[in-house]
Ligand binder design. Structure first.
Ligand code: NAD
Length: 350
């Protein structure tokens, strides 16, 4: 496995994985270990080039540093991104080989699930390394699929943001959800219980169809979901979806979802502000999953996870208040908060 230092804000290392026998290629990006081992999930996805895959890993790792810091977790930020092999493949052997790659970093990076990976995959990783979470949980102990916690944190954050910034109760709201995977579906169910109207879209027609039937929701095409008439848009698929074009077409007044790296560029935060649309910074609201992963790794309880996840909405409220009173984009306010926390924790540790 080759290792490169990468230029730029905080970036520490990029570990290149290339295991021809297991059909495993990808990178582990370590953004920061200033306040603890780098923690972040493992994404398995199809990328059209190595540079696209690497750029995604670097950006996701940075998001993890900021997410972990703002959530008050004793971890830095990292992310693994693996190229999904074409056709069928021996999944267990693939993830065992990935476990070897994680083990070779000696605890610098702690892995877990992300888009495209499952608890079963992490079990295969666990055969080769202890630097993994997102495994099966014993009663009362933190662990297991992190996505229900992510969905809960997003839901509570959305509730508070809608009330405080739009004077809107979610039971009277229409929410458009892009992506009905683990997080999107969990969020949709919580919103349904609250009484919200739902509009859904996913590239997987069977998945979105089944969820829409369960929740009496409307389905629209993936090209329409961000532009439909709704009060809130919840990006819960992949990143980079809020670009200039999408922002021009948004009709919702609030964006609050589970996806990582929703803004295509930093400037898109300014664009949202310019259009008067409230943006709930992704890593502030989607920290529930890593809170669960962190607690599992540290041997904590579901009670501790629950308490921390319930703090997410208050943190978002603080960021949005500061953004409103200073007239600055909420993503910039959140980044500054994260950088300040990392700097303070660095000093305390020195
Ligand atoms: P998932 O793989 O279960 O679901 C993603 C869904 O998005 C899939 O159903 C997929 O078909 C759909 N999708 C992909 N491209 C799409 C498009 N262009 N339009 C509409 N749908 C599309 O993944 P997940 O665990 O639900 O994660 C979703 C997002 O939330 C990701 O960005 C992930 O990084 C982020 N996130 C997840 C967690 C977690 O706990 N799982 C935690 C924090 C952040």
């Amino acid at each position: 496995m080759a290792q490169f230092a990468v230029e730029g804000d905080f970036q520490e290392y990029l570990h290149v994985i290339d295991d021809a026998e297991a059909g495993l290629t990808g990178v582990i990006a370590i953004h920061s270990t200033a306040i603890g081992p780098a923690a972040g999930g493992c994404r398995l996805w199809h990328y059209s080039s190595k540079s696209e895959l690497t750029a995604d890993a670097i950006r996701l790792a940075r998001g993890m540093s900021y997410k972990n810091a703002v959530a008050g977790l004793p971890f830095g930020g990292g992310k693994a991104v693996l190229q999904r092999p074409e056709g069928s493949f021996d999944r267990e052997a693939f993830f065992r080989a990935y476990g070897d790659a994680v083990a070779s970093l000696g605890g610098t990076y702690v892995t877990a699930e992300d888009v495209g990976t499952t608890v079963a995959d992490m079990r295969a990783v666990r055969e080769r390394t202890a630097y993994v979470a997102g495994l099966d949980a014993a009663a009362g102990a933190a662990g297991g699929d992190p996505s229900p916690w992510t969905a809960l944190g997003v839901f509570e954050a959305m509730k508070v943001a809608a009330r405080e910034t739009l004077s809107l109760d979610l039971k009277n709201a229409t929410v458009a959800i892009q992506g009905t995977g683990n997080v999107g579906a969990g969020l949709a169910r919580l919103l349904k219980q609250e009484g919200a109207q739902l509009i859904l879209a996913d590239i997987d027609a069977a998945r979105v169809g089944a969820l829409a039937a369960e929740l009496s929701a409307r389905v629209v095409g993936i090209d329409e979901i961000l532009a439909v008439d709704s009060d809130v848009v919840a990006p819960c698929a992949l990143g980079g979806v809020l670009d200039a074009d999408a922002i021009d077409k948004l009709k919702a007044q609030l964006v609050c979802g589970g996806a990582n790296n929703q803004l295509a560029t930093e400037a898109d935060g300014v664009r949202l502000l310019g259009r008067g649309i409230v943006y709930a910074p992704d890593y502030v609201v989607n920290a529930g999953g890593i809170i669960n992963v962190s607690a599992e790794y540290l041997g904590e309880t579901t009670q501790q996870v629950s308490e921390r996840v319930h703090q997410i909405a208050g943190r978002l409220s603080m960021v949005l208040r500061e953004a409103r009173s200073s007239g600055r984009p909420s993503n910039v306010v959140a980044d500054e908060l994260a950088q300040q926390i990392i700097a303070e924790r660095r000093l305390q540790a020195a």
